[in-house]
Design a protein around this ligand. Structure first.
Ligand SMILES: NC(=O)C1=CN([C@@H]2O[C@H](COP(=O)(O)OP(=O)(O)OC[C@H]3O[C@@H](n4cnc5c(N)ncnc54)[C@H](OP(=O)(O)O)[C@@H]3O)[C@@H](O)[C@H]2O)C=CC1
Ligand SMILES: N[C@@H](CC=O)C(=O)O
Length: 402
């Protein structure tokens, strides 16, 4: 089996190492490796196969194209070209799947070749294959997950080691966890794209990532961590979606999770996906969600599946787009934090509106109150009243998973 690899960065190197360490078992020959800047790779393993010219790659003969460049362009053009030339494709590119999954799946089908993307969700965790194959007979009703290694790493280090957001983001970049533009990680886009891929496959409807409620971690500071600790919780960037009555609801947002919960035990670059099927009940998949070896392992598994001629059904991408409800319409708890001198007025107003609430902290600068309500609409109303009355313009809210 001959393969060409586009991209020789974190994941590309992880894949090449795995191919090499399994040489005795599998006969996979790398014919070409495309990079952006060849001079960076002059001392690399396989330096003789490295090129900056994509035509040089496509002039070679190969059975699988592995796309590990990232981003939409030129990756889309290269994947499309390979599929149209009846070449199988493996990719780790969730940006691409989330945006153009429907188009690419159609092209792959028309040309009778495989498009595999296990590494695009959950790094090294085998989750797409079990979802598509092992759980095929289940109706998946809901899922919740930690889907971004970089943000989980940042939140863990802020919590455990009191390190600043900026310091840990830099570390996550050096470790190869972060995207080329880390805004994708910290603003939650990456997690939302992964949640949309999972949701599309799980609910057999095309779920578009921008339709989820979306909030990242870039505004989480040490004060939020302080409140989380005080409440016996951690803060995690969680993605959640569910289907009911032909409607999907879903979000990616930072939430408080109890210290003894499943999510709370998933730290650093680890990810977790919990799926709820009608027959199987809850099943969880946990493992490293980012980094060279884990993601290389997932891409390698896709190559092997193609080599062994195992095909899987990913038609859900071509189904009609389904509407997504962004607001939580069942009971929830939230920590509201107000920066305002009008604390008494805010407390009185909350007293009038919410039966179940408790003050967590009240200092000269800040008031923190935990409230329990029947839906997120109530929280929005309270914040709207407070704002309209001019009591506070600067507030934050952190939902708690219950
Ligand atoms: N890092 C991770 O943990 C994970 C990453 N992914 C996904 O895997 C993919 C690759 O990520 P990662 O390995 O981290 O990225 P890197 O930035 O480490 O590597 C990207 C590689 O692609 C090459 N490249 C970039 N742009 C071009 C271009 N226009 N033409 C040719 N080559 C190009 C770069 O060349 P050069 O070396 O010359 O700069 C580099 O070799 C992305 O889609 C990412 O989202 C998925 C799961 C986990
Ligand atoms: N930047 C991503 C890499 C893997 O998908 C992450 O941090 O999870």
């Amino acid at each position: 089996m001959k393969i060409a690899i586009l991209g020789y960065g974190t994941v590309g190197k992880g894949l090449v190492d795995m191919i090499d360490s399994n040489k005795e078992k599998r006969n996979i020959k790398i014919v070409s490796i495309l990079v952006n800047n060849k001079s960076k790779h002059k001392d690399s393993k396989y330096a003789n196969l490295i090129t900056e010219d994509v035509e040089e790659v496509f002039n070679k003969e190969f059975d699988i194209l592995v796309e590990l460049i990232g981003g939409l362009n030129p990756a889309y053009e290269y994947i499309k070209r390979a599929l149209e030339s009846k070449i199988n494709v493996v990719t780790a590119n969730k940006d691409m799947l989330a945006e153009y999954g429907d188009k690419l799946v159609t092209i792959a089908k028309e040309n009778n070749v495989s498009l595999r993307f296990e590494a695009s969700v959950g790094g090294g965790i085998p989750v797409l294959k079990p979802l598509i194959e092992s759980l095929e007979g289940n109706l998946i009703k809901s899922m919740y997950a930690i889907l971004n290694g970089t943000t989980n790493y940042i939140l863990s280090k802020m919590y455990d080691e009191n390190l600043s957001y900026e310091e840990v983001l830099k570390e996550a970049q050096e470790l190869g966890f972060a995207e080329a533009n880390p805004e994708s990680d910290v603003e939650g886009y990456d997690a939302a794209r992964k949640l949309s891929i999972l949701s599309t496959l799980a609910y057999d409807r095309r779920v578009y990532w921008r339709d989820f409620y979306l909030e990242g971690i870039s505004r989480i500071d040490m004060k939020d961590i302080y409140y989380a600790k005080k409440l016996g919780c951690k803060i995690k960037l969680v993605g959640k979606s569910e289907i009911s009555d032909e409607k999907i609801s879903g979000y990616v947002r930072p939430v408080l999770v109890d210290n003894d919960s499943l999510l709370s035990r998933v730290d650093n670059e680890y990810n977790i996906v919990v799926l709820n099927g009608n027959s199987v009940g809850e099943v969880s998949f946990v493992g490293k969600g980012a980094g060279k070896e884990p993601t290389g392992s997932a891409a390698y598994a896709d190559v092997i599946d193609i080599l062994d001629k195992r095909v899987c059904n990913i038609d859900s991408f071509t189904k009609e787009k389904i509407e997504v409800e962004k607001t939580i319409n069942h009971n929830c708890e939230a920590l509201l934090i107000f920066k305002s001198p009008k604390k008494d007025e805010i407390i009185d107003l909350i007293n009038d509106c919410v039966y179940d609430h408790r003050i967590i902290d009240s200092t000269k600068e800040e008031l923190a109150i935990m409230i329990s309500v029947d839906s997120e609409y109530e929280i929005n109303n309270i914040l709207c009243f407070i704002n309209n009355k001019g009591y506070c313009k600067e507030y934050r809210r952190l939902l708690k998973i219950i």
